[in-house]
Design a protein around this ligand. Structure first.
Ligand code: CP
Length: 319
């Protein structure tokens, strides 16, 4: 069993239920991962993913190995049949097989280049490991998706259901400005997760920031942020670069920053963001520091998201 995208979740309700049980009793399966090792390979920086996945593995009794591959590993070649006479020292073919000798699960973070849409969509790093490793693979944010974050967000939304008194929630995914070009992975996986939920789900962003139509599918897109925010119960905010003019920042419109005035348009909505977040660019201090902000609990739930995934893999590993 691999965990590569939200599509690998067969029942979001079951997975969230299991995650909440693990959150209530994190050490219940402390023996499950005894003598098993997870290798966490980072081609890009991380705070939450790195620590929460280690914590999750430790809660299951696993050993952890962490490697900052971009700084500490040999530069990897992912193309087959190339003559390796340039900067790349090792082929993924050997690297993935070698890491599989030391690790029972391999988890990988490798962001989009934001330079070549086709290459990013092909998930060259993640699929390279999938092809040549002989152990399960976990996606810790790839070019296209961040399914550990999406599962944590599903847990966070579920914990808030108690406040809805049986109502179907209105959940809005809102673009916000950012000075740098950011990937689409978090937004993509949040959309895929919301498409599995019973919710009134709306995506809002300026024109030109439409996400991959293959992922957006039939989800509602509203280009007027104020209109989208009306009656919202949850505002999930994320910046992403243009998908159409691939990887470009085509607007930094400050009027899309999540402010108290924007939140006042909602049904006293809770604010969500995967973090890290740029204060007073993406969201105002006032919104981020308010009691209605769920960002710290989202980060906390990353442990139980990862623990659910690792437990399911360990349950199947010797079958
Ligand atoms: N949300 C998230 O994935 O955080 P990190 O990039 O710090 O891991």
């Amino acid at each position: 069993m691999n965990y590569l995208s939200v599509k690998d979740i067969d029942s979001i309700d079951e997975w969230v239920k299991e995650a909440r049980e693990l959150k209530a009793n994190p050490l219940l399966y402390k023996q499950l991962g005894a003598d098993k090792t997870i290798g966490l390979l980072f081609f890009n920086p991380s705070l939450r993913t790195r620590l929460s996945t280690q914590k999750a593995a430790q809660n299951l009794g696993m050993n952890t190995m962490v490697m900052n591959f971009d700084k500490e590993g040999w530069a990897l070649e992912f193309e087959d049949g190339t003559r390796m006479d340039q900067g790349k020292s090792e082929h993924i073919k050997e690297a993935a097989q070698v890491i599989s000798q030391f690790c029972d699960i391999i988890a990988i973070r490798a962001f989009a280049s934001l330079e070549d849409k086709d290459k990013d969509k092909a998930e060259i790093v993640l699929n390279g490991f999938r092809k040549y490793a002989s152990v399960p693979i976990v996606n810790m944010e790839s070019s296209v998706s961040h399914p550990l974050q999406a599962l944590a967000d599903a847990i966070t939304l579920d914990e808030q259901k108690v406040n809805l008194e049986g109502r179907i929630p209105k959940v809005v995914l809102s673009w916000a400005p950012h000075p740098k070009a950011l990937p689409h992975a978090v937004a993509n996986s949040f959309i895929e997760m919301m498409q599995k939920q019973n919710a009134d789900f709306v995506i809002t962003h300026p024109k030109g920031y439409d996400l991959d139509p293959e992922i957006v599918g039939d989800s509602v897109v509203e280009y007027n942020q104020d209109k989208a925010f009306e009656d919202a119960d949850f505002i999930y905010t994320k910046n992403w670069s243009s998908f159409e003019i691939y990887g470009q920042v085509i607007s930094q419109d400050k009027s899309w920053t999540i402010s108290k005035e924007k939140m006042d348009l909602t049904n006293n909505a809770k604010f969500m963001h995967c973090l890290p977040v740029r204060r007073n660019v993406v969201v105002s201090d006032e919104v981020l520091d308010a009691d209605t902000s769920l960002v710290i609990e989202q980060a906390n739930n990353r442990t139980y998201s990862a623990q659910t995934v690792l437990k399911r893999i360990l349950d199947n590993i010797d079958l």
